[in-house]
Design a protein around this ligand. Structure first.
Ligand SMILES: Cc1ncc(COP(=O)(O)O)c(C=O)c1O
Length: 346
């Protein structure tokens, strides 16, 4: 369409982020729903390759935003969609996804090894086997997940110019690994900071129940390329939630909890390196979290209400030394085994 305020569909309108200057050397890229970008890229590639045919079933395991993105796209493209998730899925999101015509399948028991992530994957395999011709986007291992961020890297360089540091949260690994690979073609010295949460195995922490969702994992996604990261931070839920509220109060940016986690780390990094240009990824908006992160009573009841953020992270030499508080490690683009001292899952 010619008119810049008219769009062919809602995805075209909301897919790209708004780049917002937060400080002299700090930019936030605020997405409506970041996962629309890889979800669209994956479906369009599968259509082009003839793997995904009109009316096919799409099935995926996800606890939130990737599921919503797929549900929106499948509704517009008339695909059936089954989302496999666990009891943590919030009811409002579940209803929204069902309203888009999708089926939400909730697994009830975590597997002994790999927790809910494993039992969700097992359920997904069962569904795909039962439905021949169905398609699984496989966000954890499909290389079209990170590849889908080329458009994002292009927009960042167009709007910000030279970028010295990218800060983003890590779940499937698609956004940070994909974006930084494209950015490094232009800026080979780009410093990449990955933000995870305590109790996530991605960067070598022992698996634990986590209140901060979206980032982190109980398994190691293939799309996390550990050699991308110069620096890794682990943040607690309480710290991420307070930082999310600070992002709202100070910049009127109403974003989700992973945005707060990334903001806390990026702000600290930008202050320490005033001559470097820092870009930080904010993956989704705050509406889903109005009754939790944006509700003081919920924060108090869940023992995650903080009054102040630490001034600095605790620097650790080994990931298992990161305990209850914001911690970091110089990852220095090493592979997992090199940093953690053992293979994944052993
Ligand atoms: C809200 C939110 N933030 C951050 C992430 C992490 O992004 P990625 O999967 O690209 O690593 C996710 C992943 O699902 C998410 O849902």
């Amino acid at each position: 369409m010619k008119n810049r305020l008219a769009y062919d569909n809602i995805i075209d309108f909301v897919e790209l982020p708004k780049i917002i200057k937060l400080d002299d050397n700090l930019y936030g890229s605020a997405f409506f729903l970041m996962k629309l970008m890889p979800a669209r890229f994956i479906l369009e590639r599968a259509e082009r390759e003839g793997i995904l045919k009109p009316g096919s079933l799409v099935a995926e395991t996800t606890s939130g935003t990737f599921g919503l993105a797929l549900a929106m796209l499948c509704s517009l493209k008339s695909y059936k969609f089954i989302m496999v998730t666990d009891p943590v899925v919030d009811d409002a999101l579940k209803r929204r996804i069902e309203d888009l015509g999708a089926v939400v399948e909730i697994v009830q028991k975590p597997a002994d090894i790999g927790g809910y992530q494993r039992s969700r994957l097992d359920k997904l395999v069962e569904i795909l086997k039962k439905n021949s011709g169905s398609f699984c986007p496989s966000q954890y291992e499909n290389t079209n997940n990170p590849a889908g961020y080329s458009k994002f890297a292009e927009i960042l360089t167009e709007s910000v110019g030279h970028i010295d540091c990218l800060v983003g949260t890590v779940g499937s690994g698609g956004s940070v690994c994909g974006t930084s690979k494209y950015l490094r073609q232009l800026f080979p010295d780009l410093h990449v900071v990955g933000v995870d949460t305590l109790g996530s195995v991605i960067f070598g922490q022992p698996d634990q129940k986590r209140l901060l969702r979206g980032l982190g994992n109980s398994l190691w996604p293939d799309n996390v390329d550990h050699t991308v990261f110069n620096e890794v931070h682990w943040v607690s839920a309480a710290e991420a939630f307070l930082a999310t509220r600070m992002l709202h109060r100070k910049h009127a940016l109403f974003m989700g909890g992973t945005s707060g986690a990334a903001y806390m780390v990026a702000k600290w990094w930008a202050e320490k390196n005033p001559c470097k240009i820092v870009v930080c990824i904010f993956p989704d908006e705050g509406y889903r979290y109005q009754d939790t992160i944006y509700n003081d009573r919920w924060l108090e009841e869940n023992n995650v209400k903080l009054d102040k953020l630490p001034n600095n992270p605790i620097e650790v030499k080994n990931p298992i030394d990161a305990k209850a508080q914001w911690s970091c490690i110089g990852w220095n683009r090493r592979d997992y085994e090199n940093v953690v001292g053992k293979h994944k899952g052993t």
